[in-house]
Design a protein around this ligand. Structure first.
Ligand code: MD3
Ligand code: FE
Length: 230
């Protein structure tokens, strides 16, 4: 069950924490599971900066619907920034330094993305996070992401930091085994989730996006996942 706490000036470290020297005060942090923390609205103060970053990235590396190894077209449109980008095609899933559509390196990771992710990871107890990859997912109404695990990164000791922008979504959070029961977690604009520790390899997905309009993104949800892939 999720437990909520408000971090005060001298918080007790969360149970899964690596032991941060400093934890941000005033962060509304919910422990979803050991190693998984939601920082509600953590990204909201810089949402316009993040939106502009996504615009700059997609001008160089447009959103595209990738193919799964099984030959399905993903409902979620994706692009990447940073030294490595996650790609899927008939040959499989992998991280690649070049955008397969252009043959060019992925756009640079914006400093605002990097700094936000490092700050969120630290607030959740992961003091040495150094992202080198950022997958950018775009959901339009009806788009969903089926239950999966993120296992293409080298070091599962590094967390994944996810940032939600725009329309709200219902996130499905399961367990180590695909058949484990799932909990439904609403994720709203500005929410940041840090996935590490035992939760790092848990199954998860996103239910079909509901119709709506958001002032910053229109009829879309954008999710950034910052990773140390290489
Ligand atoms: C839990 N993205 O890109 S972010 C993905 O909202 C992905 O676009 C979803 O799953 C989205 O792979 C969910 C939350 C997330 C990301 C990585 C995780 C949850 C995770 C890794 C382990 C456990
Ligand atoms: Fe995932």
């Amino acid at each position: 069950m999720a437990s909520r706490r408000r971090i005060a000036s001298a918080p007790a470290p969360v149970a899964h924490a690596v032991g941060p020297a400093v934890v941000e005060s005033g962060v509304d942090q919910v422990a979803l599971a050991p190693g998984a923390s939601i920082l509600r609205r953590f990204a909201a103060p810089i949402d316009t900066l993040l939106r502009e970053g996504v615009e700059a990235i997609t001008a160089l590396a447009p959103f595209r619907h990738m193919q799964t190894p099984g030959g399905f077209t993903m409902a979620v449109a994706m692009t990447n920034c940073g030294a490595l980008g996650w790609v899927t095609d008939r040959r499989g899933y992998r991280y690649a330094p070049l955008d397969p559509d252009s043959g060019l390196p992925w756009p640079a990771l914006p400093e605002a993305f990097r700094a936000l992710a490092v700050r969120a990871a630290r607030a959740a107890g992961f003091g040495d996070f150094e992202p080198d990859a950022c997958l950018v997912n775009r959901y339009v109404p009806g788009a969903r992401l089926s239950l999966h695990r993120d296992a293409d990164e080298r070091d599962f000791g590094q967390p994944i930091v996810s940032v939600s922008l725009g329309l709200p979504a219902v996130f499905l959070f399961g367990g180590a085994r695909r058949k484990d029961r799932t909990q439904r977690v609403p994720l709203a604009h500005g929410d940041v989730v840090v996935w590490g520790g035992p939760a790092r390899l848990f199954h998860h997905g996103v239910l079909a996006l509901k119709d709506g309009e958001h002032a910053l993104t229109g009829a879309q949800r954008i999710n950034l996942t910052l990773r140390k892939a290489g």
